[in-house]
Design a protein around this ligand. Structure first.
Ligand code: NAD
Length: 436
């Protein structure tokens, strides 16, 4: 099938590449000229495990193309995916200007039946808005479909190639058939393509992300309780996760959720509820718990040094909002760096993939390590902010020898408490006993 993908970010590029992988002919279009040049030259603009190989394969086999020209991209496409940003506007509601702007431009260009698919996360009613901006611009028939994306950065290729489910919101029979055909190869093991109306599909995406964010904030509150009553959140997690109704996944306490999706999607759903005069109480609590949780680790650091961070030097391990990605959007690290610098401390940081992105935002406010260990030189303490695998079993002798003092604040609960006691560290993590 001939496909166009508008927007080649984390979602668009993975979508385009994975659609080419099953034999479709895909043209990806982006307004970022530099990015398109890079991709045309065979360079990936993002870090995403497993993407590079299929990206190169599909380019070399002639199924994956890049352009900055929208007309050229959509000319032959049957299905046009919109994978455009929907950032929070000033009031927290999703900013639809990218999606509606592109839809309007597309309407002016189409000459035969097209299926316009919204992959971006958009509020309920957006399909109607897309139709409303397109209709005055064209006499050609088109369908608007909601097809929210559930991929997770870090395992995006796997998620796209073998999705738990595909949600398709449409009331157009022709579009439904085409979407069913397109996704067939991805659900051969029997996972469902769930067809529904556009509004239910749009809300499904917000409901999924808000539920997951709720799980995180809930566990973070349990962790805070654990610290107050002398319980261990890891034990509680295992204890409740064994109940199938609760499940083992997404129960890890930490320093709050971040990334480009949870914060904006929870906020957008709460805003959408407000617009319908509904006070979505749980979501408001989820957001305020997260704001508090982002501060928990810095508060621990401040308490340890009696509020006096001036002249202290800290090593940071992990900057991305989660492991296996270079994405730093809404990463807790950004907040923590600001707080430490504000308090008069200095910082050296290391992340295996996210350093170029952090440098672009934070610049020379901090210094950067070249590996995990040289980051520790002259540091009074180590702060762990992202659970990259390479931080899980470090050489603790080397840590002891390099740090100024054997002090670790761990926002991701990576280490065993007994091990920390044996190694003689002061070790302060989330929802567990402080040792040392
Ligand atoms: P992104 O910011 O990484 O990428 C967006 C891309 O769109 C950029 O390359 C930008 O240059 C391009 N763009 C902007 N305006 C354009 C235009 N008029 N024409 C062509 N290209 C244009 O965004 P993302 O993370 O891929 O997210 C896209 C959407 O998918 C958002 O609504 C997001 O909420 C949703 N989503 C994201 C994820 C995720 O993990 N990142 C997962 C599921 C859903």
């Amino acid at each position: 099938m001939k496909i166009a993908v508008v927007g080649t970010g984390y979602v668009g590029l993975v979508t385009g590449t994975c659609l080419a992988e099953t034999g479709n002919d895909v043209v990806c279009v982006d307004i970022n000229v530099q990015k398109v040049e890079k991709m045309k030259a065979g360079e990936l603009p993002i870090y995403e495990p497993g993407l590079e190989q299929i990206f190169h394969r599909n380019i070399s086999q002639g199924r994956l193309h890049f352009t900055t020209n929208l007309a050229e991209a959509i000319a032959e496409a049957k299905i046009i995916f919109l994978a455009l940003p929907t950032p929070p506007g000033g009031d927290g509601a999703a900013d639809l200007s990218y999606v509606l702007g592109a839809a309007k431009d597309i309407a002016k260009l189409i000459t035969d039946y097209k299926v316009i698919v919204t992959k971006s996360t958009v509020p309920v009613g957006t399909a109607d808005k897309v139709r409303a901006v397109m209709s005055p611009e064209t006499t050609v028939e088109f369908a608007v479909v909601s097809n929210p994306e559930f991929l997770r950065e870090g395992v995006a290729v796997e998620d796209f190639m073998k999705p738990d489910r595909v949600v398709v919101g449409t009331t157009d029979e022709r579009a439904r058939k085409l979407m069913g055909e397109l996704y067939g190869p991805y659900v051969r093991q029997g996972n469902p393509v769930i067809f529904m109306d556009e509004r239910s599909s749009e809300l499904t995406k917000y409901a999924a992300n808000s539920f997951l964010a709720t799980k995180i904030s809930f566990m973070n509150e349990i962790a805070n309780m654990c610290e107050l009553v002398g319980a261990d959140v890891d034990m509680v997690r295992r204890g409740i996760g064994a109940d199938e109704r609760i499940g083992k996944r997404f129960l890890f306490a930490g320093i709050g959720y971040g990334g480009s999706c949870f914060p904006k999607d929870v906020q957008a759903l709460a805003k959408s509820a407000e617009e319908h005069q509904y006070d979505f109480k749980i979501l408001n609590s989820v957001m305020s718990v997260n704001e508090i949780q982002k501060k928990v680790l810095v508060e621990k650091v401040k308490k340890y040094y009696n509020g006096e961070l001036k002249g202290k030097h800290f090593a940071l391990w992990g900057l991305a909002f989660k492991p296996e990605t270079d994405d730093i959007r809404e990463a807790p690290a950004l907040y923590i760096i600001d707080e430490l610098i504000e308090a008069g401390a200095t910082v050296t940081a290391f992340d295996p993939e996210a350093m170029p992105n952090i440098k672009a935002v934070v610049g020379d406010k901090i210094t950067y390590g070249t590996n995990a260990y040289d980051t520790l030189e002259n540091a009074d303490a180590l702060l762990i902010l992202t659970e990259w695998s390479l931080f899980r079993t470090p050489d603790f002798d080397k840590l002891s020898a390099t740090l100024n003092s054997k002090v670790i604040f761990d926002g991701r609960n990576l280490y065993d408490l007994d091990k920390m006691i044996d190694c003689g560290f002061y070790y302060n993590s989330i929802g567990r006993k402080v040792v040392g």
